[in-house]
Design a protein around this ligand. Structure first.
Ligand code: SF4
Length: 472
């Protein structure tokens, strides 16, 4: 997928005027928030579970090298093969080589953000391999030639009318209105592809170091078909997906489906340990696990930012984010969107190009409140903003003038007497602007802010009003 993070402002403006998208986002917000909250209300002590999940992820990150070695050893012991990839191109090359060596002609894929991250489909297709996305949402956006717009619902930006049109244009379907009918149609279109596929490719929700197993959550059954029907199964994971033992899974079983889709449990949970053994009927004959770094070890080495790697890609922070719910996923310009995208993308891609993303937040904190692994996203957003204004390796540090303005602002906000004087002065300074038609066009550089906001004239300062009110 092309990286368009530098176009964040233009893409957001476009999204705000897209009626279909605005409707879809409004529906998503209302629906998924209620489902998530209701699923969490059934837990005895959700806070305790979130705390446990956070601790498991943090402690695993602290000994990540050990757990990854342990995982490798146990995958190999169960008959699987492990491949390490330093970056996206290495991962693509590895998977392409496996496919070409085995004469693979067709691939079925389960939904996987990490394969989007490494742009795997493009590489395979360039070698003449036919790739079919089998998750319904991914199937739709593959037909449309678009990137996913949400971690869990990749096609949620599309209305059912748009999907019906797409099916009829690309697959010759008759006009359809009923989503059930469309799902049945997609299911039939995919069934033959599963039966004919030479290779199945999936992501990994969790990789268990203790047993060498991978764990996959899904609702459609397509992942189970992708991992059992083709002879070869390739699973791709970022280094942060490892957990120490199967016991740890209990916490994530309760948290991930609730956070992702508002379900108590996903419809299918597969735990796969190596290829099928002698006498077993189901399963791939070959199992390959590709473990990807692609910038993650740099994040791991940074104490301020390391917590980013606790993410389990549930999408809850997107579903509650007031910014995401207005501009949708494509505005963020890469695979990961919403609050997690705002902190992850600048760390995994060209940081200078992604400099607008940490500012795509009101810092309201709802993302941290709903995150099942308690990632303090607002803290990381602020840490990133700080890097952009102070560190030339990240961005263009503030000029002396900007630093002076910020110091003056901080000084005013800390000093009650000064704050009162400045507020009074502002009331006088605003008069000529009000006379000229309002505060919409404050002088530069303030007009960059004021032309997008309704700025009410300062009638009386809060303190004046408070004094008057207290006297009554
Ligand atoms: S940051 Fe938290 S809420 Fe957001 S996707 Fe990751 S785990 Fe889910």
């Amino acid at each position: 997928m092309d990286i368009k993070t530098d176009q964040f402002q233009e893409l957001s403006k476009k999204a705000l005027t897209d009626g279909h998208l605005q409707q879809a986002l409004q529906n998503l917000g209302a629906h998924i928030q209620a489902m998530r909250n209701s699923a969490f209300s059934l837990l005895d002590n959700p806070e305790n579970l979130r705390e446990q999940a956070h601790n498991i992820k943090r402690e695993t990150l602290d000994r990540l090298d050990e757990y990854l070695e342990h995982l490798e050893k146990n995958v190999m012991r169960s008959g699987g093969q492990v491949h390490w990839a330093r970056n996206a191109s290495e991962a693509r090359r590895l998977i392409e080589t496996i496919a070409l060596d085995k004469g693979v002609k067709t691939v079925v894929k389960g939904k996987s953000m990490v394969t989007e991250e490494i742009a795997l489909n493009k590489g395979l297709i360039a070698h003449g391999i036919e790739v079919s996305e089998t998750d319904l949402g991914e199937f739709i956006i593959q037909l449309a030639g678009e990137p996913p717009s949400h971690l869990i619902g990749p096609a949620l930006h599309k209305t059912k009318e748009q999907i019906a049109e797409l099916f009829s244009e690309k697959l010759g379907a008759k006009p359809m209105k009923d989503p059930q009918e469309m799902t049945t149609f997609a299911r039939k279109a995919l069934r033959q592809r599963f039966l004919e596929a030479d290779m199945g490719i999936t992501g990994v929700n969790f990789a268990v170091a203790e047993t060498g197993s991978i764990v996959l959550f899904e609702n459609e059954g397509n992942i189970r078909l992708s991992t059992t029907l083709p002879k070869i199964h390739v699973a791709v994971m970022g280094i942060e997906k490892v957990i120490p033992s199967l016991d740890n899974l209990d916490v994530f079983l309760k948290l991930l489906p609730r956070s992702a889709t508002g379900q108590k449990l996903s419809s299918y949970i597969s735990i796969i340990t190596g290829p099928k053994r002698d006498g077993e009927r189901d399963g791939a004959e070959e199992f390959h696990l590709v473990i990807l770094d692609n910038g993650r070890s740099k994040i791991l080495a940074d104490e301020d930012l390391k917590e980013t790697l606790c993410c389990i890609r549930c999408g809850a922070c997107l579903d509650f984010c007031p910014v995401y719910l207005k501009i949708g996923g494509h505005s963020y310009g890469w695979v990961y969107s919403g609050p997690i995208g705002s902190i992850l993308t600048p760390q995994l891609t060209n940081r200078k190009q992604a400099h607008q993303l940490p500012y795509a937040s009101t810092l309201c904190g709802v993302c941290a409140e709903v995150c099942p692994v308690k990632i303090n996203i607002p803290r990381i957003l602020i840490a990133l903003r700080q890097r952009y204004v102070e560190d030339s390796e990240w961005g263009k540090p503030n000029s002396v003038l900007e630093k002076g303005a910020v110091a003056l602002y901080a000084c005013t906000m800390r000093n009650r007497w000064l704050y009162e004087k400045v507020s009074r002065m502002a009331r006088i300074v605003q008069i000529p602007f009000i006379k000229r038609g309002g505060l919409r066009n404050l002088p530069p550089p303030l007009n960059r802010w004021s032309r997008h906001h309704e700025v009410a004239p300062l009638e009386k300062t809060f303190r004046d009003q408070w004094r008057r009110f207290s006297k009554k």
